[in-house]
Design a protein around this ligand. Structure first.
Ligand SMILES: Cc1cc2nc3c(=O)[nH]c(=O)nc-3n(C[C@H](O)[C@H](O)[C@H](O)COP(=O)(O)O)c2cc1C
Length: 180
């Protein structure tokens, strides 16, 4: 059977470090992972770490010269059996909900026919923000998938909703979507 490939979008959240655990767990299940890191996410995790764990080049900039004819976002969108965005920021959720395409990750999501799974992570008040909630509802209605967030210890010191889902729950949902 053909190996499955996930494009893993990593956003600028304190939870970006969890991408490491997610990559390791997916790879143990024989799922290939190509990372698309947002520019701001580089403040939280290095491309070197993600490149080393995934065993693949990490993509950040869609305007860099490429060898293939396809623009990078089209190439990534075509390769993906599924796009997982973990952690998903409020920003990427808002971009996708509004149709904005102004970076590699938002353009890749807009250009794919593969399922897209968001694993949001953010401050509880940010998560409960009406615009964020409306964006999530809109995306769910359109067929985008979500896992978490959960109640847990947040970086701001409170225990509340906004904590990224457990790696096992994320990977379970990835595998179930890949079977469809
Ligand atoms: C220390 C710090 C932690 C942050 N954590 C989060 C977070 O967990 N979730 C979130 O949606 N935004 C968070 N932000 C805000 C995002 O980093 C910001 O909106 C960024 O522009 C999102 O970029 P991206 O969606 O392109 O990755 C945080 C910002 C800082 C400075």
């Amino acid at each position: 059977m053909k190996r499955k490939k996930i494009v893993l979008g990593v956003c600028a959240s304190i939870a970006a470090y969890r991408a490491c655990d997610i990559i390791n767990t997916l790879k143990k299940q024989n799922i290939d992972v190509v990372v698309c890191l947002t520019k701001d996410a580089k403040h939280f995790i290095t491309p070197l770490t993600l490149q080393t764990l995934s065993g693949e080049r990490v993509f950040i900039d869609m305007f860099k010269p490429i060898k293939e004819w396809d623009p990078l976002h089209i190439s990534l969108a075509k390769q993906a059996d599924l796009i997982l965005v973990a952690p998903s920021s409020a920003d990427i959720i808002s971009k996708v909900a509004s149709g904005a395409c102004n970076d590699l990750l938002s353009c890749t999501i807009a250009s794919t026919e593969a399922p897209v799974l968001f694993a949001p992570a953010m401050n509880n008040i940010m998560y409960k923000n009406k615009i964020v909630q409306e964006n999530i509802s809109k995306l769910k209605k359109m067929g985008y998938e979500f896992v978490g967030p959960e109640k847990g210890h947040l970086a701001c010191g409170t225990k509340a909703i906004g904590h990224i889902a457990d790696t096992d729950d994320i990977v379970r949902q990835v595998k179930s979507l890949l079977k469809k």
